[in-house]
Design a binder for this molecule. Structure first.
Ligand code: P53
Length: 487
């Protein structure tokens, strides 16, 4: 057996993409509540009222709220996250389906603004606490271990309006209050936690030619999150020494397109800036040597105190957890053969195929990533997101033949098995969007990831009924055979 008996097979979702119930039971708003739907070629837009009282919208990616403006929901726009797949009211039915598949672990996130609607209340919102208690209890009763993301891109919107997107030191204390509340509340119910989802997105999706000001903000934002994460690790261990707390890195395997030494160096800087910068701080407790160079390149001057550096040292994570969807080829040469598609970057790798959304399909890149990262940190690893966003067709009889998804998973599981054989301590695998949900990048429903189909569509229609795709039965078999039967 390549996968141990206690290997955590499962799946993952995020609050804002599945719960819906955006304004129910005292929940405050988050950025996704003012973000419209997009498509593979058109960006999602953030809606707001400008300082002169005019309705406005700007692309979500790289969005900054203009001076004097405030976020707003408009009647004539569709906001897909408002309804999600209504997990808020369907969680019992959904967990029963996950149990049927044999899940050992389910990754989900807590919406900060359900617990502290504006982020600055003295007391938490009891209805929000109750909801997650019910969900975790339901999971425990089903024999499924919860893995909880504390932050999945969903800062309370009021905080963002007041203090920018993690551009104020105040965030550290507010996050501390929030994590202390949930660690205490769910002690004994939840043991596995992740501090910040894809923390490195702030820097690895920043265009290489972004302004010094943009870099300054990105690195400052990250520094406050690093300290907040380190505080959370310490608080979590103090409240319950059983807690296992991980970082969460968006894992992309970078390759140089050519053997030109300039490309090799450029590729190395992609790894450093995009992947190692965050991983090193969170796993080793200090900024890596190449930081000096990165900051100098963009004249970055950060607000960092001696105390902060102490916190980083004391708050290293217990495990390295990451998402993996694709690899990316990079080059310094002029190359117009870029890959089109939302959130996909870089030049086309002639050796790989691409998904309908332009993401490079590369299972070997996962093995490369696992082995490289394990060597660097020697901490237990978990792949907490991996999956194929694809168009699914519902047949007349209701069946969904998603063989492409099965093939994708089969290939990635095979590569994980090889990495384990080579000595990597991989302890879990939670596939992304195990139940269909709203895409983070495009806001679409039709970019589907699930083993479980949800009848919900981009125009807002749908019965929310759940049904099983072919991959549902396949994954069930994989789990039952501990990863041996992949046919
Ligand atoms: P969607 C971009 C690149 C890689 C991972 O993404 C990303 C993103 C952001 O879109 O995000 C993670 O829904 C993220 C999830 C997200 C998932 O990947 O754009 O943690 O929230 O849904 C898949 O297809």
């Amino acid at each position: 057996m390549k996968f141990s008996e206690d290997f955590y097979w499962g799946g993952a979702v995020a609050a804002n993409q599945c719960e819906g119930a955006w304004n129910v039971d005292g929940r405050g708003m988050a950025r996704t509540d003012v973000t419209t739907g997009g498509t593979v070629n058109t960006p999602r837009m953030v809606t707001f009222i400008d300082k002169d009282g005019n309705k406005q919208k700007l692309p979500n990616h790289g969005f900054k709220l203009p001076e004097g403006a405030h976020f707003a929901v408009f009647d004539d726009e569709l906001y897909p996250n408002h309804d999600g797949i209504d997990f808020y009211h369907h969680y019992k039915e959904d967990i029963a389906l996950l149990k049927e598949m044999g899940f050992k672990m389910f990754r989900l996130s807590i919406s900060w603004s359900r617990i502290y609607p504006t982020g600055e209340e003295e007391k938490p919102n009891q209805a929000g606490l109750d909801f997650y208690r019910n969900v975790f209890t339901e999971l425990r009763n089903a024999g499924i271990e919860p893995l909880v993301s504390i932050w999945h891109f969903d800062t309370p919107l009021v905080l963002e309006e007041k203090y920018g997107d993690w551009l104020d030191r105040k965030y550290i204390a507010l996050y501390e209050k929030y994590v202390t509340t949930i660690f205490n509340e769910y002690k004994g119910l939840v043991k596995y936690w992740l501090t910040f989802n894809e923390i490195n997105n702030t820097i690895n999706f920043l265009p290489d030619d972004a302004s010094d000001e943009a870099y300054q903000e990105a690195y400052q934002h990250l520094h406050y999150q690093f300290v907040a994460s380190a505080r959370a690790v310490q608080i979590g261990h103090q409240i319950d020494p059983e807690n296992k707390i991980g970082c969460m890195i968006c894992g992309i395997t970078y390759y140089p397109l050519t053997s030109d030494p300039e490309d090799i160096l450029f590729n190395r800087s992609k790894w450093e800036k995009g992947i190692f910068y965050c991983g090193d701080v969170q796993c080793k407790g200090k900024y890596p040597t190449f930081t000096k160079r990165l900051w100098k390149e963009h004249n970055v001057q950060l607000d960092i105190t001696e105390q902060d550096l102490e916190e980083l040292k004391k708050g290293t994570v217990d495990m390295y957890t990451f998402s993996y969807y694709m690899s990316q080829a990079v080059t310094t040469h002029k190359n117009d053969d870029t890959v089109s598609g939302n959130m996909s970057f870089g030049v086309r790798n002639p050796y790989l195929e691409y998904s309908d959304w332009g993401w490079a399909l590369d299972p070997k890149g996962l093995k490369y990533y696992l082995e490289m990262i394990y060597d660097r940190y020697e901490k237990p690893l978990m792949v907490v997101e991996n999956g194929l966003g694809a168009y699914d067709t519902v047949e007349e009889d209701g069946s969904i033949h998603d063989n492409y998804r099965i093939e994708y998973y089969r290939a990635h599981i095979e590569e994980m098995a090889k990495a384990i054989e080579n000595g990597v301590d991989l302890i879990g695998y939670t596939t992304w969007g195990c139940i269909d949900l709203v895409s983070a990048g495009t806001g679409e429903m039709r970019k589907r990831y699930g083993f479980i189909y949800v009848d919900k569509h981009d125009d807002g229609t749908g019965t929310m009924a759940r049904s099983k795709k072919d991959s549902f039965y396949w994954y069930k078999k994989v789990i039952a055979s501990q990863g041996e039967d992949l046919d």
